[in-house]
Design a protein around this ligand. Structure first.
Ligand code: ADP
Ligand code: MG
Length: 212
């Protein structure tokens, strides 16, 4: 016979019922907990992110901004908690993600236009559908540079414009952007900010933007 001595004692507390956010909420985060090396970064964290808005997450380096959006976007696993998009799970939600470092975001062996079209091809869209969407994107971003060039032939701002176009190509419900301006100079930052704002005014895509 074996018995566990001094085993953990669990209080018989039922899990609280899921509390939906107020009307107009897009992303509901409940009881989010994340530890790194035994230390809590998030503990029982609740947040409601509104739909059709740009929400900015800001705070000093290392405070947990990237980890938060990466957990919401499913790039970093959570320890416990629940994250719902309009009541749906991530796997039933189309998202786009713009990485902090545009230099590593594009496939270097593909022309810029093929990088942008890549998610549409993954979705199995026909050539005609891809071409139509590409035309729309070029028009809404008012692209003046040659998309037939390879990413390394473009300026930083042009590469970041292309990676935002790629993220938006499949018409995601939510767009995540992790410090999208941090590798750009001041003028390029203003340019991309304006482009993002224009696209937001056209589409109303919920955007979660990390800045500091
Ligand atoms: N994979 C990891 N392993 C261990 N610690 C991590 C890991 N990722 C992030 N952290 C820690 O979590 C904290 C928050 O990191 P991060 O979310 O990248 O911050 P921010 O984006 O606000 O600068 C930091 O203290 C960082 O060192
Ligand atoms: Mg970060």
């Amino acid at each position: 016979m074996s018995a566990v001595l001094n085993g953990p004692v669990y209080a018989d507390v039922p899990k609280p019922a899921f509390q939906p956010g107020p009307a107009g909420t897009h992303i509901t985060i409940r009881g989010l907990t994340k530890y790194f090396a035994g230390w809590p970064l998030y503990e029982n964290f609740d947040l409601d992110i509104p739909k059709h808005k740009i929400v900015s997450v800001f705070g000093p380096n290392g405070c947990g901004k990237s980890t938060l959006i990466n957990m919401i976007a499913g790039l970093v696993p959570i320890d416990s908690g629940e994250i719902l998009f309009d009541g749906k799970s991530l796997k039933d939600t189309k998202i786009g993600y713009v990485f902090q470092n545009y230099r590593e975001a594009m496939f270097p062996w593909m022309r810029t236009i093929d990088n942008i079209a890549y998610p549409l091809k993954l979705e199995g869209k026909s050539k005609a559908e891809v071409d139509r969407r590409m035309e729309e994107l070029v028009a809404s971003f008012d692209v003046k540079f040659d998309l037939k060039r390879f990413p390394y032939e473009l300026s930083g701002g042009q590469q970041q414009t292309a990676s935002i176009m790629r993220a938006l190509a499949p018409n995601p419900e939510v767009l995540f952007l992790d410090e999208p301006f941090s590798a750009l100079d001041f003028e390029m930052t203003l340019f991309i900010r304006e482009k993002l704002q224009e696209v937001f005014m056209q589409t109303g895509t919920t955007m979660l933007l990390v800045s500091h």
